[in-house]
Ligand binder design. Structure first.
Ligand code: ADP
Length: 372
């Protein structure tokens, strides 16, 4: 038995080498004087060294290429505190790899520290992956912000020329309407229709981009009051359709009140709009506590939706019905999705064609993980 082996048995029990070799991570044991007494093959391979080259040498020499312990040496820390020390280290000396070292002190039968065991994980690849993922995320965030800004500016700037087209069309019709023949009158109708539609689309797009670009305030929000405000805004549609709207008591949660009103307004508005011919629209709103948040539902007895379209409808400009049957721009649900997600929640739907639809949205108890 050479000196090195004599060293080993004073710190770790016989058979310990077998245990180290069985471990998934790289492992080494060092004595009080920073001498490496044991090392497993995984660690030697990870460092590109032979086990024989490592045992008996100072750990700082082998790991860091220094002539004395480094400032935040995990071995020294574990020995000093008597507790586990975790350190992340970049090792230029070992080709620039990054390792996480977890050091744990070893004690003799009298409770005296005699060395420490080190579990070493090479996280270089993981770090590279993390780096590229963070870069991709940052890139995505930037391009999303650019797109939002673009949509906002374009829709905002388009309003002005459109307003001027609309007012001159109106003027021409008023001044020359009587002298137009039947065809020209019909064509004029199409133009006005087109202008109105474009106005709706631009306003919708502006509302959609506002959910992303406007600073959002999160305050305790009475969802019952937000629903009442939405129903106020929908008063004409409710009266004209004879809809019966009922609601269970709704909770107060941290949220952006105007956005929650918009959410209810779009969902209840759709429940009324997509009603069945000759059937009184009935809409019922519920709220159920389902940690980590509350799930709200808006159930109607309308035309329903084919199950295969249930995801598609939340995408912007996606509509399932002819414009002639039901007016709209296909932006309402995209806005709802954005609002739910901005609150850290989500939105989904269930439906049966010919029977009705139920839209659900979840708002976390402590909403507002995302800004905006
Ligand atoms: P819009 O109402 O302007 O068409 P939305 O984004 O609000 O746009 O809705 C997208 C599509 O989802 C609608 O065109 C319609 O086909 C379908 N939809 C939404 N709500 C309902 C509902 N309550 N019942 C049946 N279909 C619905």
């Amino acid at each position: 038995m050479n000196k090195k082996h004599g060293h080993q048995s004073s710190i770790a029990p016989d058979g310990c080498q077998g245990i180290l070799e069985g471990m998934f991570d790289g492992v080494s044991i060092h004595d009080l004087d920073f001498n490496i007494t044991h090392v497993n093959q995984t660690l030697a391979t990870a460092l590109g060294l032979n086990k024989e080259e490592m045992v008996g040498r100072k750990c700082y020499e082998v790991f860091h290429g220094t002539s004395r312990p480094i400032a935040n040496c995990p071995h020294a820390r574990a020995l000093k505190t008597g507790q586990r020390a975790n350190v992340r280290l970049k090792e230029p000396h070992l080709g620039g790899i990054t390792i996480i070292v977890s050091s744990y002190p070893l004690f003799d039968g009298d409770g005296k520290a005699i060395g420490a065991v080190h579990v070493v994980r090479d996280v270089t690849e993981l770090e590279l992956l993390e780096d590229s993922r963070n870069k991709a995320l940052e890139e995505l965030r930037r391009s999303n912000a650019d797109l939002e800004q673009f949509a906002h500016v374009v829709s905002h700037d388009l309003q002005e020329p459109l307003r001027s087209v609309a007012s001159y069309i109106e003027l021409i019709e008023r001044r020359y309407g009587d002298s137009l023949d039947e065809d020209a009158g019909e064509f004029f109708g199409f133009v006005i229709d087109g202008v109105n539609r474009m106005k709706d689309l631009i306003n919708g797009l502006l509302a959609f981009s506002r959910v992303g670009t406007t600073e959002s305030t999160r305050v305790p929000t009475d969802f019952g009051k937000a629903l009442a405000a939405a129903l106020d805004n929908l008063e004409t549609a409710i009266q004209e359709s004879g809809a019966m709207i009922t609601s269970d008591p709704l909770p107060t949660l941290t949220a952006d009140p105007p956005q929650i009103t918009t959410l209810f307004q779009n969902l209840v508005g759709n429940a009324i709009k997509f009603r069945q011919a000759n059937v009184q629209p009935r809409v019922h709103i519920t709220a159920e506590k389902r940690p980590p948040g509350w799930v709200f539902s808006i159930k109607d007895n309308g035309i329903g939706i084919e199950p295969r379209h249930l995801d598609k409808i939340f995408e912007i400009f996606q509509r399932l019905n002819a414009r002639g049957d039901f007016p709209g721009t296909g932006i309402g649900l995209a806005i709802c999705k954005r609002i739910a997600e901005r609150h850290g929640g989500r939105i989904w739907a269930e439906a049966t064609p010919g029977e009705g639809s139920t839209f659900y949205f979840m708002i976390p108890e402590t909403a507002g993980s995302e800004n905006g």
